[in-house]
Design a protein around this ligand. Sequence first.
Ligand code: NAP
Length: 420
Amino acid sequence: MLHIAIIGSGPAGCYLADQLLLPLPDASIDILERLPAPFGLIRYGVAPDHQGTKAVTRVLDRVLSRERVNFFGNVEVGRDVRLDELMPLYDAVVLATGATRDRKLGISGEELPGVIGSGAFTGWYNGHPDHSAPLAQGVRSAVIIGNGNVAIDVARILAKGPAELTGSDLSPAITAWLAAQPVETIHIVGRRTTADAKFTEHELAELGTLDRARPVIVDPTALAGQSAVVETLRKFAAEENHKTPLTINFHFNLTPAAFLGDHRLRAVQFRSSGGVRIELPAQLAVTCIGYETVACCPVNPSNGVFPNEGGKVGKRLYVVGWAKRGPSGTIPTNRTEAQQVAQRIAQEVTGAGRPGGAALRELLERRHVRWVDHAAWRRVDAVELARAGEGRCREKFSTVAEMLEAAQVQQNLTCPRAKG
Ligand code: NAP
């Protein structure tokens, strides 16, 4: 019997578990997750109005329900158990911890209230327990920095009216926050040319279909290139005549220079390729410039990822997903990558009589750590679905305490947990 631990239950971790089951018919796989709820970025990153994409959780949930897969939610490696404690228990350990920290621009004013990273912003509107509402009110103008699909998600959520959010899982509090902002202008700003934009055509085109917003190309002479994305931008430029309460202004070739304001954000300053300084007024700025991996116990990232060779970090230690390759690719990219890393693990790892999950359970019980297993997660899921209000498909719990209560897991908060 082989015992494998995967740290992280996002798409990378779940797909890896799935891919390990076939080549290792005698392996038992334990997935550890710091939150009581699984699915990582699918639950907390994919936009709440893209429920079709979020539906992949049904596939991932089937993986968690497999007989040889065990879910240990509410168990944080570094807090409840250390990596060096897991290594002797398992034949292989895989880091699938994602890239959870927002990259910084490193320009002045980045700490001003009103400036927020996309991980914090998308985490907040997805009900992540670690993230709260941006420190901004009366947002008439929002600046979004970056030309990737996350920038589009953020713009779309800010631009949509309440009726367009029907069917999403946005909570009432977040819906109310969004509805209270008198947004008139959203600026999406890229530092390079239209040909360098990383949007995908489908996501970009969706911005041309919104009820109360229309895309505007601020400088149509900047439109260069022949890709499907550039063609969509050209289409936007040709359709700009009708009036809407809100515009989504696309700017290119502008490098962020500073966030301006005394006690809160007032404007974002950019430098054009010709060296001209340009200021865009803003009460909210969301930096959508990518993410980096954070340390897992003694394993430190370098350049935002865990240094690895084809998914191998060290002896019996592997990595998958954004923690391996950085914040790129689509959800299916993780499935392809999981196949490759699973084959490698299957070839390299041999059993040595390690105790696996039985010993982990004992250790957690000794430390009074209450974990959420798959059945307990299903209870949380059922309550979230049942309590959804009108026009919503789910109402998520946004605190760990609420999730544990719905899971019917009693966390004894007076007992000390392991130190990282
Ligand atoms: P991304 O696609 O890598 O885009 C990041 C953007 O930030 C790029 O335009 C980049 O410009 C810019 N940037 C980086 N550093 C910067 C700096 N210092 N100053 C100014 N701009 C800077 O990343 P993402 O949008 O965070 O998306 C992450 C991944 O998730 C992508 O693979 C994306 O496709 C995927 N995703 C997919 C969907 C979907 O399919 N619906 C939705 C969301 C996310 P440069 O190109 O010049 O570096």
